[in-house]
Design a protein. Structure first.
Lengths: 335, 335
DNA sequence: ACGGGAAATGTCAGCGTTGTCCGAGTTTGT
DNA sequence: ACAAACTCGGACAACGCTGACATTTCCCGT
């Protein structure tokens, strides 16, 4: 009594005494079917537990599905998931579903994963570029599949992209520290190779240069080694002979580490994180915040827009950031 | 110069001067094709940007895809996303991809969303039941699609399920409070209708009954109204004429609220949350913890197991919880 | 009663792939 | 040297559905 085979249109048609096309009409078109027939068909379908096969339907209809792919690097990072939530919501408004795939932050697997998804004939592809080079996607793009790169720009590929105001956001944070007198400001982040971190680092340096601080190398902790935790990075900064009076973090992992170390630091060290987090308000941590849901929604909208207007120019969107002052970033330097 | 049509097996075959079956062999079987032909075919495929159409392949192969669906209630809840991460990982090991769909915690949309996914011929269905009744899935189950209900048992449906040790975990937390003398213990959670909350509430009552406390109603805050935040619930407990000396939270949202209110409470109120969270260690918050990734992996494994052995009995798995003592749960009652 | 037009239903082919079966060419065994 | 076995490649049909087009049925006015 296992797996009896699935009913098809033809089975339903036979039972209802109509042609399969009529059944098809009942389930798809909804046009030109008498109420009588319609009910008879629906009855038979129910009895046979019929469910239309979207595979066949989509194939027949020209190989387009209702699926949009989102390729994510690290699934356990809450940031990406929130972005995914935004994407899903926007897609749902248009009757599309999202498939999620992970490259496990491994550049090598990116093309493999993407390829598998494209074989599924996804309607559009959203991805967080991990590999060095996305030129392999150019063919697909020319075939009309919208490609949107999320959080980082794609390399060697013309594609829509949505990124954060990384540089500006970080510069604003650092400026708010220099405005109250800080000059010795540490920067922690890892890993350093990534676009977002490079941008934020640039913003940090830029803001410091504005107040005449040009040598920042010894205050930068950009550890590629994941074993070096944010906590250790902060500690190594504090252990300097001339330690910074303020620290900024380039990513959300840095914030948690910094909070742990800096809580019982005396004299207190100012801190501003990048990316808001739960309880940051209760803890009084100032952060550069942005709306990750909106990042996802925007990415989805770009894809949908491209679908509606295939010949439009490529768009680059920046999601604004804003500094939220909660106290930790307003601690003045000790005098 | 838009959307030139996509190359098919036949196109590649024509260019390579072979039959389409041979091209098919190159891309699928890998059997019985000479090295010469193989390379010629691959060359032509590349030139034409050919990519096999999985829609057609799956249809031909009998309508089975490599996709497993996970139907989630609320996309923004980090708990579900972590579960999803676990599912994705386990599936990836078996070459399957995950599609994620949301019911937006609306019982009405559950059947609609599930139906759409089943029409896509997903290989298995994992879902967090939201609706009152999942009997509508019985037909599909009989057709051989594994159905696994996650975090809550399905209702009126025979299906594998994975849930947490809700009752035991909560009871353990409360016992650890009663062991150090607490008797007046508040319980916050919302909404109350949900299985997990009912179970945890039962665990709470059970542990209190063991020490002779049977009237707990006035210490229970089970607000269905989402406008009543966890913070307000905690505050209303503290405002009682005879306020509790300890509070336990039935969900992760409760913890954040409790932390905010209880930080500057004097005399200090003991607290234990359900579900671990970032910085809980730094804040010294005791919690009942569990591994959400493992919850996801287990759900995926159940589905895979059912796929491998369709006639196996239905399985119910409980994911263990454990109490992590970090201080907030070890505060004794004031004397 | 009859023609005409719209509504309801049917026929047929084909979307892109692969399983089955078959044939031609090549190697192996005795 | 000849059958047997094996390798490589092709023709054809079918997976379940729908678009184009054809046909039947029904209703209405005159």
């Amino acid at each position: 009594m296992t797996t009896q085979s699935r009913a098809t249109l033809a089975d339903v048609a036979r039972l209802a005494g109509v042609s399969s096309k009529t059944v098809s009409r009942v389930f798809a078109d909804a046009g030109n079917v008498s109420v009588d027939t319609r009910e008879r068909v629906l009855g038979s379908a129910k009895r046979l537990r019929f469910r239309p096969n979207n595979l066949a339907r989509n194939l027949r209809r020209g190989g387009v599905t209702n699926t949009v792919a989102f390729v994510i690097g690290d699934l356990t990072n809450p940031f990406y998931f929130t972005v995914a939530a935004g994407i899903e919501r926007e897609l749902a408004l248009h009757g599309l579903t999202m498939v999620l795939a992970s490259t496990d932050d491994s550049p090598d697997s990116e093309e493999r994963v993407v390829d598998a998804l494209l074989s599924q004939r996804v309607r559009a592809l959203l991805l967080i570029p991990i590999a060095e080079d996305q030129s392999y996607l150019d063919g697909e793009r020319q075939l009309g599949t919208p490609v949107v790169s999320v959080d980082r720009p794609a390399r060697n590929l013309i594609a829509d992209s949505v990124v954060l105001q990384n540089r500006l956001g970080m510069a604003e944070a650092v400026r708010s520290l220099t405005a109250i007198g800080h000059r010795k400001i540490g920067f922690i982040s890892n890993p350093s190779g990534i676009y977002t971190q490079r941008e934020r680092l640039a913003g940090y340096r830029e803001a410091l240069r504005e107040v005449g601080v040009t040598h920042t190398g010894h205050w930068e902790r950009l550890d590629d080694d994941p074993a070096v935790s944010a906590e250790q990075a902060v500690q190594s900064l504090l252990a300097l002979p001339d330690p910074p009076t303020a620290i900024v973090a380039g990513n959300n992992r840095g914030s948690a580490g910094a909070v742990r170390v800096l809580r019982d630091q005396d004299p207190p060290v100012a801190f501003i994180g990048f990316d808001d987090f739960e309880l940051a308000d209760a803890l009084g941590i100032s952060v550069v915040a942005y709306d990750p849901i909106e990042l996802g929604r925007t990415a989805a909208r770009l894809a949908l827009g491209h679908l509606a207007e295939p010949d439009a120019f490529t768009k680059q969107v920046e999601i604004p950031t804003r500094l939220i002052r909660r106290g930790s970033g307003e601690i003045p330097p000790p005098r």
